[in-house]
Unconditional design. Structure first.
Length: 297
């Protein structure tokens, strides 16, 4: 197995990039700089692809999965954010990307390509197993990905994040690297694979003082019901491990302090902001201010 490790070789957590059918690790080269200084990265050439060996075996999904697991063990990685790709060309795929994909595909023999394709259609792997880990689906916006598809994803993981990138073909990470990288880093931060500070949106003035942090919190959460809040900006205001301790009604029916991490606060507040009650929104805003100052300083 050929793989490449980028970043701290002693890190036990890594972002692991797994290429698609008949490609190789170079399909992810535009994503590596986005994680520089944020996380360890592993790039994998699956068996039969790139610079890895081509044994005379069936190239099943279990075989590929075992290969990725072997790479992680060899690299000393105990926790991973897996990033993968599925699919092929569409009409809008730029010629430069098609040429790059054809170069990669030339490295996979016919035996490997056919075996891997057959394995993808094995009915045994098409089961509706729940996905009990954070999940993001990043796709090119278009008719190939319907509302029914996204609904099916939500049945497997109700909290799955769906990111649609316009004006792109299937190899979206090669065609729109900036957009894909922003989505990946933000998701990696929310999933705990990179520090939350990695998702900061380039607004140093937001965290220049405790007062600036509180003002930024107000700017995010203020507004009419139904207004889309900039939760990534909200997340950027907090140090890793920060907690919010608002005072208000508790599940037991009494009144007192409750402890949330930023994600917990977002989950609690989104339904409130969707309710057309100004007093509810103002109550949420007021209860968050002092704790936001502590979390972001």
């Amino acid at each position: 197995m050929h793989y490449k490790s980028v970043g701290d070789p002693a890190a036990k957590t890594a972002v692991v990039f797994v290429h698609g059918w008949s490609c190789d690790m170079t399909s992810w080269r535009a994503q590596v700089p986005a994680f520089e200084g944020k996380a360890r990265v592993l790039l994998v050439d699956l068996p039969g692809h790139g610079k890895s060996d081509r044994p005379d075996v069936a190239y099943t999904m279990d075989f590929f999965a075992a290969a990725v697991d072997a790479v992680m063990r060899d690299a000393g990685v105990e926790r991973a954010l897996l990033v993968g790709l599925e699919g092929t060309f569409v009409a809008s795929t730029p010629e430069s990307v098609k040429a790059d994909v054809r170069r990669m595909a030339a490295g996979a023999t016919q035996k490997v390509a056919v075996s891997a394709m057959r394995a993808q259609f094995d009915p045994a792997i098409w089961t509706d197993d729940a996905i009990a880990v954070p999940l993001a689906v990043i796709v090119a916006k278009g008719p190939n990905w319907s509302a029914d598809y996204f609904a099916a994803v939500k049945t497997l993981n109700p909290a799955a994040e769906i990111v649609e990138i316009p004006d792109a073909g299937h190899f979206v990470m090669m065609e729109k690297p900036a957009e894909v990288n922003a989505a990946l880093v933000a998701f990696a931060a929310r999933a705990g694979a990179v520090p939350m500070r990695s998702a900061r949106p380039g607004r140093p003035e937001d965290v220049s003082s405790p007062e600036a942090i509180v003002n930024a919190v107000y700017d995010v959460i203020s507004g009419p019901a139904g207004k889309k809040r900039d939760w990534d900006r909200f997340r950027s205001l907090f140090a890793d491990g920060a907690r919010l301790i608002p005072t208000g009604p508790r599940p037991a029916g009494d009144w007192g302090p409750r402890v949330f991490d930023p994600e917990g606060y977002i989950r609690r507040s989104e339904p409130v902001f969707a309710t057309p009650s100004p007093s509810s929104a103002e109550s949420t805003r007021s209860s968050s201010s002092s704790t936001a100052r502590a979390g972001g300083s």
